[in-house]
Design a binder for this molecule. Sequence first.
Ligand code: CP
Length: 303
Amino acid sequence: MKHLIDLKKLPLTDISQIVRLAEVFKKGRKVPFFLPETKSVVNLFLEASTRTRFSFELAQKRLGMQVMSFSASSSSMEKGESFYDTVKNLEAMGVDSLVVRTSDNEALNTISEKVNLSIVNAGSGTRHHPTQALLDLMTIKTHFSGVEGLHVAIVGDISHSRVAHSHLDLLPKLGVNVSLCSFQDLGDDYSAYNHTKIDEIIEKVDVLMMLRVQNERHHDGITITNEQYHEIYGLTEARYRKLKSSAIVMHPGPYIRDKEIASSLIEADKVKIFEQVNNGTFVRMAVMDYVLGGKLSESLLTT
Ligand code: CP
């Protein structure tokens, strides 16, 4: 049974296959057949989502899948049924795959070893968001001839960001140089990385990756105001003007205007937020094919 839980163990050949298939879909290649036996999927989102949830649903429908959405508040989880028992019951019904968003960092690793359906991680806690990192990779690839040797700066609430952690699992193994401009002290766990400030790096980076402050995961509260954050860590118009002409800016969303990025820059030339969202559907089509046997990849990447 194939899963996509995190990017740490995903071989580079599989990463390349997923991104190449997404690029084929983006070029307009139609799905030549529905997934064999019309596979079913339940989208089980236990945390809020707009981009990931709807792009998975759109991707699955484009693949001709039987798509069901799960609402925790109207399910038997409301009566106390555990996440594990919920998954076991969906498995018993014959569901082929689950796309899951959860606040738990490691639940999917544990559960994936005990079930006979494919699990795709749509964001887990502060630790993993593999499909976001893959769609970001696709976006970066579009703007540069290769990713090896590029300089990516990740800016903001790194310790609470599953997007940042998935990139730390992915980018170094592709030969990308990563700098961290963290909003908070990161401690020893991140000693392997280059730490700097946005103003020291802004003129040098190829990719500036801005992150949202994850207020919901700061249990001690945040004292800095949005205006102060923007001045110290945000992409202001003055900083934007210092970027290299070839540089791009990304943000996984949801973005808070005039906090991480000046409102006037959201649709600026170098800012690729909506391109990232657009790529998300194609990457998630490729990911569904990948976990369900790779038939489309076999068919479309060889012809
Ligand atoms: N980037 C991202 O995960 O957005 P959503 O929370 O809206 O899915």
